[in-house]
Write a protein that binds this ligand. Structure first.
Ligand SMILES: NC(=O)c1ccc[n+]([C@@H]2O[C@H](COP(=O)([O-])OP(=O)(O)OC[C@H]3O[C@@H](n4cnc5c(N)ncnc54)[C@H](O)[C@@H]3O)[C@@H](O)[C@H]2O)c1
Length: 352
């Protein structure tokens, strides 16, 4: 069977843990190019996933007509320019989350996909999570009754990523905990509730825990050690309320806080039943029947969401189909995050 050829641009954490294994293990694909501006990373990725070439300039990979698919796994500020270049070169693209640093960039990416008649998917991988899809099915089947409110928490204890690096520099990331973690939660919620019209948002954002970078004490520092000569100008805490044509949504997110408790979950409140979904895990559903209170935690087999995300990308690109992770279906979240940041900046509710 002829395998579709892939270039993976950016060979860091997510490329090594998710995209690389997913293409490598898929009988439909093979990685032709490992691309990273750090040559050793490209070389290591090439060897690990049996790619043909390791290169430092992505333009070399996308000039190859044999390459049909590209994964874009670079820092946020490069999502839009690299994705647009790939689309203009006639490639289908799976770009990591967040789609871009803001809605304007995400919209330009969508236009490039439309103009070139190419598929552009975003790495909203939770849309491929088994438990998330079970929750979506239960909501759609009316099991929760009237769904009136959703609360989500994406809070960790002293866990700012790569302090001073691309994750904490606004011009490179677009924002902090909201755009990095919150995007997964808000996208997942909009997916589960069928993307209602967004009405307004009121939010606040804080950057308190590492304002003096050198005195910030941490329990873990994923995405690299601190760079004290770097920048920390994004929020480490965010809170807010969103009004939609359906349920209201409230959220609290913290990369770091002075509470030593990880709280990563989403609660769906309906008048018939409520669901608490542990982020990345299982869920419990509570209801009542004939004077009894019911509590169920189902068991089911979880599939590998990253494998499924990539497998769906390979197939939908071949068929030219816009699926659940297509930019068209996720771009609303970029606008939502813009409005959250706008509301936090002006200290007032903003409308859509
Ligand atoms: N879906 C998820 O759950 C998930 C998890 C982690 C990261 N991400 C996203 O993936 C992206 C990358 O994050 P990461 O944690 O892998 O970061 P990382 O820093 O580990 O990797 C990024 C890589 O891109 C390379 N790079 C930078 N500029 C480049 C260029 N012009 N051309 C080629 N390579 C270039 C860097 O050298 C680095 O190796 C981010 O947008 C992040 O939000 C998604």
């Amino acid at each position: 069977m002829k395998k579709v050829k892939v270039a993976v641009i950016g060979n860091g954490t997510i490329a090594n843990s998710a995209h690389g294994p997913a293409y490598y293990n898929n009988p439909l694909s093979e990685i032709k190019y490992a691309v990273d501006i750090i040559p050793e990373r490209a070389q290591a990725f090439k060897e690990k996933f049996d790619a043909e070439y390791a290169v430092t300039d992505y333009r070399e990979a996308i000039a190859d007509p044999e390459v049909e698919l590209v994964s874009v796994c670079v820092p946020n500020y490069l999502h839009a320019p690299i994705t647009i270049d790939c689309l203009n070169a006639g490639k289908h693209v799976l770009c990591e989350k967040p789609a871009a640093m803001n809605y304007k960039e995400a919209y330009a990416m969508k236009q490039a996909a439309d103009n070139n008649n190419r598929i552009l998917n975003i790495g909203v991988v939770n849309r491929f999570h088994t438990a998330v899809n079970k929750v979506k099915e239960l909501i759609e089947a009316g099991e929760l009754g009237k769904l009136y409110h959703i609360y989500c928490s994406f809070r960790a204890y002293r866990s700012i990523p790569g302090l001073g690096g691309p994750f904490t520099t606004k011009s490179l990331a677009g924002g902090g905990v909201l755009i990095d973690w919150g995007v997964h939660y808000l996208d997942l919620i909009l997916y589960c509730i069928g993307s209602p019209a967004l009405k307004s948002v009121s939010a606040a954002a804080y950057s308190e825990m590492a304002k003096d970078m050198k005195s910030y004490v941490f329990t873990d520092m994923w995405a690299g050690p601190p760079d004290y000569n770097g920048t920390f100008d994004v929020e480490d805490f965010v809170t807010g309320m969103i009004r939609t044509s359906g349920p209201t949504i409230t959220f609290n997110g913290a990369w770091a806080q002075n509470i030593n408790e990880r709280a990563a979950f989403i609660e769906f409140l309906g008048d018939k039943a409520g669901i608490k979904l542990q982020y990345g895990g299982n869920f419990t559903i509570w209801s009542s029947k004939d004077g009894m209170l019911l509590e169920t935690t189902p068991t089911f087999t979880m599939s590998d969401m990253f494998y499924d995300e990539v497998d769906a990308f390979i197939k939908c690109a071949q068929e030219g189909k816009k699926i659940r992770s297509n930019i068209d279906n996720v771009i609303a979240c970029s606008l939502l995050m813009d409005k959250i940041y706008e509301s936090a900046a002006i200290g007032k509710e903003v409308e859509f």
